[in-house]
Structures are given as C-alpha cells and as structure tokens.
Design a protein around this ligand. Structure first.
Ligand SMILES: NC(=O)c1ccc[n+]([C@@H]2O[C@H](COP(=O)([O-])OP(=O)(O)OC[C@H]3O[C@@H](n4cnc5c(N)ncnc54)[C@H](OP(=O)(O)O)[C@@H]3O)[C@@H](O)[C@H]2O)c1
Length: 248
C-alpha cells in the first residue's frame, strides 16, 4: 500500500469532485475516487494514480465496501457527492425529488462520515471537508428541496465539529455559489439543456470546478491545528444569490 497521505473524494466522476481528486493527487495524496459511474472513476484513477471505488453514498452496503477499500487509516475525506433535483415551488413539490436530495446531500454524507471516521481518527490528524452550498445559507423561490438539504449539510457539519471537539479531526465546509460544471444544472433540470444554460446565461466568469478544488485543497492542507470552519466562495459577478451580473 501507498505511503502517501490518503484522501477519499465522493462524487469524483464529474465536476467539483473530479477536479478535487486531480488537485489532491497533484498535492501528493493517493486519492480514492468514489462515485456510481465506474467507467469515469476508473479513467480518473488511472490518470492520477489513485484507486476507483464504486460507491452509492445512499447505500449502507456500498459505503461499507468503500470503508473496507480504504482500510485503517485515512487523512482526508471530501464529502462532495450531492446535487439538486428539480426546482418546483413548495406548492408543487415532487416528494421523491425532495427525498432524493435529502438522501444524497445529508444521509449519504452522514453514512460516509460514520464509516470512515475511525480511519480519520487513526491518523491523528484527519480532515473532513463537506461540500455545502450558498443554498445552505439562504432561501430562494423554487429551491425549497435543495436549500433544505444543503442547510442540512451545514448543520450536520456544525454538529460533527462540536461532537469531535476532543478528537484529532478537523471538520470544515465549503459553500460555493454559482459554479459552472458540466452536469449540475443538467441533472437538476433532467437533461433540459436550455434550462441548464439559462442558469449561467450572460455570466462572463462563473466559478469553475478548478476554483473550488483549489480552495478545498488549500483548506485540507492547512496545519492540523487550523480549522477553516466554513468558506463561502462565489464568482465576482454574484454579489448575492439574487444579484447576478449578466451581460446581454
Ligand atoms: N455547481 C454548482 O453551482 C454548485 C454550487 C454549490 C454547491 N455544489 C455542490 O457541489 C457538489 C458537486 O457538484 P457539481 O457541480 O460538481 O455537480 P455534478 O457534476 O453533478 O457532480 C455530482 C457528483 O455527485 C455524484 N453523486 C450523485 N449522487 C451520488 C450517489 N448517490 N452516490 C455517489 N455519488 C453520487 C455524481 O456521480 P455519479 O452520478 O457517478 O454517482 C457526481 O460525480 C454537490 O454536492 C453540489 O450540491 C454545486
């Protein structure tokens, strides 16, 4: 087995997770790339010299297999798997979409954390980095299911930091605003490219996955006594969730 420090990145098959796996590998980590789409994580693992682990974070069995693959010691866990499904107002909310958002953004994050915590403690200097969102800080029309789930991500992060106060594990959250990734908006709008494009329309420079990956890598590579509790990161064009500078 490797003598390099190790990291697990969930949702490593695309977007922020794939970029984070690449940045952590460049920083010297052996990265366990976890997601459901095996072809993608296998290609990524080969590219960065990491290990691909098929994992659905909403399945306890699948998460147990991830923990078994990682073994007894782990330096960094990036809980990135997540997403938004739908944008209906509460009055027309689709229950299954809400369940799915809670399952992946909250329960999935909890299950992976619970399974890998012993290995993070075992290193004597573990780090957990949860990928939240500015949607976990505010409310917006049509966002009820996602904002509720990402508020959940934030509160679970805070709770865990309190519970681990005497343990050698840092607990951090990054809360990105608008990040233009290939799939996030497409997944949200069930493959409707026009709706997905409208999210970023006219924004000259939204954040990209590498911006978030770089920030995550900075956070987890601070000295073991430095806990960046939360880092809110937006494109300059997004002064607030509802105040986005769009050029026509
Ligand atoms: N893009 C933004 O504007 C933005 C802003 C703030 C926060 N975020 C958050 O950043 C994270 C990554 O977003 P992204 O923009 O990179 O979106 P993305 O490209 O759609 O990536 C989502 C990732 O999560 C994985 N995933 C979804 N369900 C999963 C499950 N049940 N088990 C394991 N993996 C699962 C997907 O992989 P598989 O489908 O292969 O499993 C995929 O790799 C999410 O938590 C998102 O909420 C995004």
């Amino acid at each position: 087995m490797t003598s390099s420090p190790t990291a697990v990145v969930t949702g490593a098959s695309s977007g922020i997770g794939a970029a984070t796996a690449r940045h952590l590998a460049a920083a010297g980590y052996h990265v366990f790339c976890a997601a459901r789409r095996v072809d993608r994580i296998e290609a990524l693992a080969e590219e960065i010299g990491g290990t691909a682990v098929a994992c659905d974070v909403t399945s306890e069995e699948s998460v147990a297999a991830l923990a078994a693959a990682v073994g007894e010691r782990l330096d960094v866990l990036v809980n990135n798997a997540g997403g938004a499904f739908g944008a209906s107002p509460v009055s027309a909310a689709v229950s299954d979409e809400w369940r799915q958002m809670y399952e992946v953004n909250v329960i999935g994050l909890m299950q992976v954390t619970r399974a890998l915590l012993p290995a993070l403690v075992a290193t004597g200097a573990g780090a957990i980095l949860n990928v939240g969102s500015t949607a976990g800080r505010i409310a917006y029309e049509g966002g009820g299911g996602y904002t509720a789930a990402k508020h959940g991500t934030q509160v679970v992060t805070e709770t865990l930091r309190l519970e681990l106060w005497d343990q050698p594990v840092r607990v951090m959250e990054i809360a990105p605003g608008m990040v233009k990734t290939d799939e996030f908006a497409l997944v949200r709008f069930e493959g409707d490219q026009a709706k997905a494009d409208a999210v970023y329309a006219g924004v000259a420079e939204p954040l990209v996955a590498d911006d978030i990956a770089e920030a995550i890598t900075w956070m987890v590579t601070r000295p073991a006594h430095v806990n960046i509790d939360e880092l809110v990161i937006r494109p300059r064009a997004q002064a607030a969730q509802h105040k986005v500078h769009r050029q026509s």
